[in-house]
Write a protein that binds this ligand. Structure first.
Ligand code: MOS
Length: 703
């Protein structure tokens, strides 16, 4: 097992720009995604979702549909095999939406009620749309609002405390010369990866074989084994290419449905979700209501810090959007209070969506800090510098590294911040008012146990096998660079094999922890391999393989505040006639560990910042109170940033290798979106003199 202090030669692969190993395959169409791989005797399942928001299924009228051409089966709660829901999966207890067709209760619009299986997708779809499902409807409640009845403070989870408190908040607020007390809201938001969720399942020689689009094939395999009470070794999940994830592609109902139908029909079954179905079946970001109270001395030093965040969950599963977590490592104060509250409603269970918690939390808190800077007549960057903590404000733990101010310094220099006139509403260019804004970013830097195998082949190449997922981030390529450096060979001599649960347990592509966790495992396996190779002797035809398991090393990491940081800058123009906000440029500077592949890392940061722009100005899922369902649950009705909305975006980083990681990685997946919406909202204030505390900043809100 490698240790973090072991000296290691560097060949320069890590840190040098490298195009994607699978780039050619992707642009030529040779790379095949889960719904594209042919199988003999393949059948097609089409999902039917509930149209009511609460009640019971009275009947599923299968008979007419079973008589339609090509239809093989209609699965529903009356005939589906039983699955287990009483287990702890890799990500905790499962959302009951995974236990498909186990009872007649309907807890929200878009709950899976039937699967129609047919010989072709067209036949399955036509039959599914013909299927009549009758319900006994009950009154529903989908109305989220700040402080509404039913809101409660949940139990602490191992991941995060629901509530943190130190000092006397009210006393410090009273003693503060300057106070900001404001409420912010963010709407329900959706991730909708370009490649919809798709899975094929079949039984092959006593094994359940699955091809799925997911963020972690081993996690999906383990979850399927538990759901269907199977020996874990009898499930194999592969996910070679994935067209986006963002938290949406954990284990979701489509893969359970495919496995269930394949079991019933004794034939391969593929289930592909439609774009509309994704709006209720694969998670989303809860709306949030956040109250922030900041009390400060006239010089901007915080005395009181209060961040109370509310979100919703479903009636069947508790998921908390932890917006108030954002400020816990960020700013200290004499009295410091944070809480995440939640209310269960008759809606689908929300879930992880890029920077869960930090994305909405940073909008509220980094907006409030801008308001405090205004009230203190201070530069917003100087305000943040004044409140830079020595240790974790809530935990008291030291930071592994914290280079937030270095990000602001570099960002301010490149953005031209020094020339900024702080007065709002004073710059005009024809019908446009101009402004600039900034905000800070942070996201936890984590690592999770993973296993890897590295083989020295007889031909002088090396094969890496790890259940990593490349969801479009470039992880496959990054890991090849890590392996090349560890082996001190050129990247061209590395063969990467990923996304096959048979390769062993490994972290998912999630929580900004994938590449770091996998790189650690690969580095450890290479260390082991080099020891074996150092013993001498030739390489046999089957090669020499070394394996690693980073469980112990990861668990032995000292407790510290481990985070990435960043500084976001934006310039906007606001049309005084139409209320339209145009972002003219964005700059993000990040301190996010050693950057493995600058080419794909920059893309990932820019992707996050683009999403932050979209969050600031466009995205908003609207729930119809009467039906309990969405208005416009598709990519026409759900407005998001198009190319024409996105200006030149620059992303770069300061040197910040993680001192406790074998490669120096911290993880970059989420931090790019954090703070981006606040920087834009702060720029809109600077342009117009009006604070926008409710997202998105639509033209009708600006006017
Ligand atoms: Mo991410 S929201 O952990 O996929």
């Amino acid at each position: 097992m490698t240790t973090t202090t072991e000296p290691r030669a560097v060949t320069g692969a890590v840190g040098a720009a490298h195009t994607r190993l699978e780039g050619w395959d992707k642009v030529t169409g040779a790379a095949r995604y889960a719904s594209e791989i042919p199988f003999a005797e393949l059948t097609h399942g089409w999902l039917v979702l509930s149209t009511i928001a609460r009640g019971r299924i009275r009947s599923v009228e299968s008979a007419p549909v079973l008589a339609m051409p090509g239809v093989l089966a209609v699965l529903h709660h009356g005939n589906a095999p039983r699955v287990s829901g009483d287990y702890t999966g890799p990500l905790g207890s499962p959302d009951p939406i995974l236990q498909v067709f186990q009872h007649d209760r309907v807890p929200h619009v878009g709950w899976p009620v039937a699967l129609v299986v047919a010989e072709t997708p067209e036949q399955a779809r036509e039959a599914a749309e013909t299927l009549i499902v009758r319900y006994d409807e009950e009154p529903h409640d989908v109305a989220f609002s700040p402080g509404r009845p039913g809101m409660y403070t949940p139990e602490n989870s191992p991941m995060s405390a629901a509530e943190t408190a130190k000092g006397d908040l009210e006393a410090e607020l009273d003693a503060s010369a300057v106070v900001v007390d404001a409420e912010y809201t963010t709407p329900e938001e959706h991730h909708s990866p370009l490649e919809p969720h798709a899975a094929m399942a079949r039984w092959d020689s006593g094994r359940l074989e699955v091809v799925d689009s997911n963020q972690g094939s081993r996690f999906v395999a383990d979850e399927l084994a538990k759901l269907f009470s199977l020996d874990p070794d009898s499930v194999r999940v592969r996910s070679e290419h994935v067209g986006g994830g963002f938290g949406a592609k954990a284990t979701r109902p489509h893969v359970v449905l495919a496995a269930m139908a394949a079991t019933v029909l004794h034939r391969p079954v593929r289930v592909v979700l439609t774009r509309r179905q994704m709006f209720s079946v694969v998670g989303y970001r809860s709306p949030t209501a956040q109250r922030i109270r900041l009390g400060a001395d006239p010089d901007g030093r915080l005395r009181a810090f209060d961040h109370q965040a509310e979100s919703l969950t479903s009636t069947v599963h508790e998921f908390i959007e932890r917006s108030a977590d954002f400020g816990r490592p960020m700013y200290d104060a004499e009295a410091h209070y944070t809480v995440n509250r939640v209310v269960p409603l008759d809606v689908p269970t929300p879930s992880w969506m890029r920077a869960p918690g930090e994305a909405p939390g940073s909008f509220a808190l980094e907006s409030a800090l801008d308001e405090l800077a205004e009230k203190c007549a201070m530069d917003p960057i100087a305000l943040r510098a004044r409140n830079e903590p020595e240790v974790g404000p809530v935990s008291g733990l030291p930071f592994s590294s914290r280079r937030m101010l270095a990000c602001f310094e570099e960002g301010a220099r490149r953005f031209g911040w020094a020339d900024r006139d702080p007065r709002p509403g004073t710059r005009r260019e024809g019908r446009w008012l101009l402004g600039t804004g900034t905000a800070a970013a942070t996201f936890p830097s984590g690592v999770a146990p993973s296993t890897a195998a590295v083989t020295a082949e007889a031909d002088g190449t090396f094969t890496v096998r790890i259940t990593a997922a490349d969801i479009g981030t470039g992880a496959r390529t990054a890991l090849a660079l890590v392996a090349a450096d560890a082996l001190e060979v050129a990247p061209e001599r590395i063969h990467m094999k990923i996304a096959d649960s048979d390769f062993g347990p490994a972290m998912i592509a999630g929580g900004s922890m994938g590449t770091r966790s996998w790189a650690w495992a690969i580095t450890a396996a290479v260390s082991e391999l080099r020891e074996q190779l150092a013993l001498g002797g030739g390489i046999p035809p089957q090669g020499i393989t070394a394996r690693s398991d980073t469980g112990e090393a990861v668990m032995a990491l000292a407790k510290k505040e481990r985070h990435t940081f960043g500084a976001q800058f934006a310039e906007v123009a606001v049309d005084i006639a139409s209320g339209e906000v145009r972002v003219r440029r964005m700059l993000g500077i990040f301190a996010a560990g050693r950057i493995v592949n600058p080419l794909t890392a920059r893309s990932q940061f820019i992707g996050g910042m683009t999403w932050g722009l979209s969050m600031a100005l466009h995205e908003e899922a609207v729930r119809d109170q009467a039906s309990g369902g969405h208005v416009g649950a598709d990519l026409a009705g759900y407005h998001f940033a198009a190319h024409a909305d996105v200006p030149p975006i620059e992303a770069d980083w300061v040197d910040d290798p993680d001192p406790d990681d074998p490669v120096g990685i911290k993880g970059i997946g989420e931090v790019g979106i954090v703070g981006a919406a606040a920087a834009i909202a702060n720029a809109v204030w600077h342009a117009t003199g009006v604070r926008h505390r409710h997202l998105p900043i639509r033209p009708d809100r600006v006017l």
